[in-house]
Design a protein around this ligand. Structure first.
Ligand code: ACO
Length: 433
């Protein structure tokens, strides 16, 4: 196996190191390419660019493998809790009993947001999307919980706990605002997921009865969304974090990136697509044919992935869990039938086969959230709650790395060459001869 790549650049041979990862992934280290030759690398959409070295998450897109810190996602989904998985991602190892208890207690102690922040919710319009509220509120946490210039481990643990815990409180408060009910405070007596469900669904006049199957479904959802290496939002977190912006603004930027329909926003769009098919009686086949047109807005939501060229393992786990949940809740959902029809049709269709387009995590995640009573516009918010530990783990890995530089990609300029300013009166004359 070579550990160098030879490139002929302008007739001269140059040698570049090859970096190899734990699982055999290889990359040519082209960082020095510009020196002495002026050449840049061009990779629009960054599909072929490794932007960092990372020890957090491994994906094999061809085989449908996902590991957090080396542990298969299937094992964590079956055996771990969201809080334990968050600890693993951030600290690199599974916690001992006492480490987990310290971590959980800190999350519980950090779950209230400053009381003055509750006034902010009043000012948002009733129809505000909860992702817009979440991004705004998380950015504003920095004004209530300033981050010290010099990070020490204790301060770092505290603001990470604030983010993991308060993001859940903000999410539930924004839902209460949207339905015109008073906010329900977090409770020290409840575990992470139970606390969230209680803040969402109890009210001063109504207790919320916790159902272990529902709690487990939400726990599973959060574990499966906790990290996914250098996706759009995590790359955003690293990019914004590299300027040494405060961590609350960094996570708020990640939330904004996640909101887009090509990324985390797809889970809401999938349900809307299925509901549209159900309401209009559209033949799913017609819908798939429409998605094959080159109109970018008509894609089959919940299908396709930059890295997975086979089944997304998270989609497989969620589909099975959803099936079991419906059985336990003794209920059925016509949307599930439509989803399965679409999946079957798409997986047999040459367009999808040729492009390796399989269901991604968003295809079944909305269905599971719908079954536990979460409204569609909160789906991406739940994704964000799950992803906060992953974002924090990547931010932490980056700022503590030996080599830590601001992320500043280059470009190839293709605009007009130098030209000269024309007074406004003479500009139109040229355009209309
Ligand atoms: N429906 C129809 N066609 C698709 C779809 C889809 N869902 N996804 C990709 N394609 C087609 C593209 O049109 C393109 O076709 P072409 O080669 O004829 O031009 C080809 O497949 C490759 O697609 P790209 O857009 O180049 O793939 P990319 O890796 O850039 O995008 C993405 C990945 C954004 C996820 C894309 O598959 C997509 O838009 N899917 C639908 C939205 C979605 O489900 N997003 C959630 C992703 S998972 C997550 O972020 C948590």
């Amino acid at each position: 196996m070579t550990d160098n790549a030879k490139l002929i650049v302008d007739g001269k041979e140059r040698s570049f190191g090859i970096v190899q990862g734990t699982k055999g992934e290889r990359a040519i280290d082209l960082a020095g390419l510009r020196e002495g030759g002026g050449l840049l690398t061009l990779d629009e959409g960054l599909g072929n660019t490794a932007s960092c070295l990372s020890r957090i998450t491994y994906i094999n897109g061809e085989k449908g493998v996902l590991l957090y810190r080396g542990y298969p996602i299937e094992e964590l989904a079956g055996k771990s809790s969201f809080v334990e998985t968050a600890y693993l991602l951030i600290h690199g190892e599974l916690p001992t009993r006492s480490e987990l208890s310290v971590f959980s207690n800190r999350l519980n102690d950090s779950s209230l947001i400053h009381e003055d922040m509750r006034h902010f919710f009043v000012a948002f319009p009733k129809y505000a999307h909860p992702m817009g509220i979440l991004a705004t509120m998380v950015a504003s946490l920095s004004t209530f919980y300033p981050v010290p210039d010099h990070l020490d481990p204790e301060a770092e643990e505290q603001f990470m706990a604030n983010l993991i815990s308060q993001v859940r409180t903000i999410a539930a408060f924004s839902y209460k605002k949207s339905i015109g009910e008073p906010t329900v405070y977090p409770s020290i007596k409840l575990r992470y997921v139970e606390n969230f469900l209680n803040m969402m669904f109890s009210s001063p006049v109504k207790d919320y009865r916790q159902d272990p199957d529902i709690v487990r479904a939400v726990e599973l959802f959060l574990i499966l969304h906790a990290d996914h290496e250098q996706n759009c939002s995590t790359s955003t977190v690293r990019l914004v974090g590299s300027s040494m912006a405060n961590i609350y603004s960094v996570i708020s930027a990640g939330i904004s990136a996640l909101w887009g329909p090509r990324h985390g926003g797809a889970n809401q769009e999938v349900i809307q697509m299925l509901e549209h098919i159900l309401a209009t009686g559209t033949d799913p086949k017609t819908f798939i044919d429409r998605a094959k047109s080159r109109n970018a807005r008509e894609r089959l939501m919940g299908f396709g992935h930059r890295v997975y060229k086979s089944f997304d393992p998270r989609a497989r786990i969620l589909k099975q869990a959803y099936h079991q949940l419906l059985k336990k809740l003794k209920t059925a959902d016509p949307l599930f039938e439509i989803a399965m029809q679409i999946e079957e049709l798409a997986l047999k269709d040459a367009y999808f086969i040729e492009r390796n387009l399989y269901p991604n995590v968003d295809f079944y995640s909305g269905l599971i959230l719908k079954a536990v009573g979460i409204p569609a516009d909160m789906f991406t918010v739940l994704f964000a709650i799950g992803r906060v530990p992953g974002w924090l783990a990547h931010w932490r890995e980056m700022v503590h790395a030996k080599e830590f530089r601001i992320a500043r990609p280059r470009q190839i300029y293709i605009g007009p060459s130098e030209r000269h300013y024309e007074p406004i009166n003479s500009r139109g004359l040229k355009k209309c001869p």
